[in-house]
Design a protein around this ligand. Structure first.
Ligand SMILES: Cc1cc2nc3c(=O)[nH]c(=O)nc-3n(C[C@H](O)[C@H](O)[C@H](O)COP(=O)(O)O)c2cc1C
Length: 172
């Protein structure tokens, strides 16, 4: 049930060595790709990362919040073709949110790290840090990365979420 999946989903940064099978991931990516898309353009594509040396590179990007990627068993870089859709950031974000929930529903957990609009601690463009390394073409944007696996940390279950002060009826 979707509400149950949403309430149970928490960010996980430490994973066991167990890898989600590639076939399972491919199926989830297919469902995530069914997120809404302007003019049915579907500009979002994925780079599946599974090599230790690639995680070592990602974790070395010198940014607080990236170090945990060193030990991730699997991750997905979310990229999108800017030429076919000017809303690529929104498209990639919706797809990522779908994927995050699909991962949770499949019995795995995930953690997100943004590259778009983000910098390394040395103030370098975080997107540029991954573009060359992963051969991402210049006309593609990289929204971020979702690391995926079985949690190896305690995750607190969410009980309730205060919402009343965030809802404005008819006017802000
Ligand atoms: C736009 C965005 C940027 C985020 N940046 C990071 C990050 O740099 N490092 C990290 O470990 N988690 C990052 N996260 C995950 C958040 O830290 C996490 O969602 C937040 O702590 C709430 O926890 P929850 O996902 O368990 O509800 C980011 C999430 C979003 C949506």
């Amino acid at each position: 049930m979707l509400k149950d999946t949403i309430i149970k989903r928490r960010t996980v940064r430490r994973f066991t060595d167990e890898k989600m099978p590639l076939e399972t991931l491919k199926e989830l990516l297919m469902y995530a790709s069914m997120a809404p898309s302007n003019a049915n353009a579907h500009p979002v594509e994925f780079i599946v990362v599974s090599e230790k040396e690639d995680f070592t590179y990602l974790a070395a990007m010198d940014r607080f919040g990236a170090k945990h990627l060193a030990d991730a068993p699997l991750a997905v870089l979310i990229v999108a073709n800017k030429d076919v859709c000017k809303y690529w950031v929104q498209e990639a974000a919706m797809t990522t949110a779908y994927l995050d929930l699909l991962v949770q529903e499949e019995g795995y957990q995930a953690g997100y790290l943004p590259f778009h609009d983000n910098t390394t601690d040395k103030n370098e463009d975080a997107e540029a840090y991954v573009r060359d390394y992963f051969n991402i073409p210049d006309n593609y944007g990289t929204l971020g990365i979702l690391s995926i696996g079985k949690k190896d940390e305690r995750v607190r279950t969410r009980k309730e979420f205060p919402i009343d002060e965030k809802i404005h009826e008819n006017r802000f």
